[in-house]
Ligand binder design. Structure first.
Ligand SMILES: [Zn+2]
Length: 89
């Protein structure tokens, strides 16, 4: 059994992680990766922030544009590393 969590793993489960839809052990495994990987930490942070904004604005639906921006940022972080992900604003 491979206990290591990769970036692909994390990204594909990020929503479930934030929705608390995973088993506790799986949750811990992903969280451990978030804590140790700057790129995924950034991505998880951005997604969590996005969610809190959505909740606060009481939107009935998640704004797709914002979601796409976050997903694009995650892709940049994954392909170019954390330094390249420093966005303006
Ligand atoms: Zn990672």
């Amino acid at each position: 059994m491979n206990d290591e969590c990769g970036c692909d793993d994390l990204v594909s489960h990020l929503h479930q992680l934030l929705d608390a839809e995973l088993e506790e052990s799986e949750c811990r495994r992903l969280q451990r990766h978030v804590d140790s990987c700057p790129a995924c930490h950034e991505a998880a942070d951005a997604e969590a922030h996005l969610r809190s904004l959505i909740r606060r604005s009481c939107a009935e639906r998640a704004p797709d544009r914002l979601r796409i921006r976050v997903l694009a940022q995650i892709t940049v972080l994954r392909t170019q590393g954390p330094a390249a992900g420093e966005a303006r604003g």
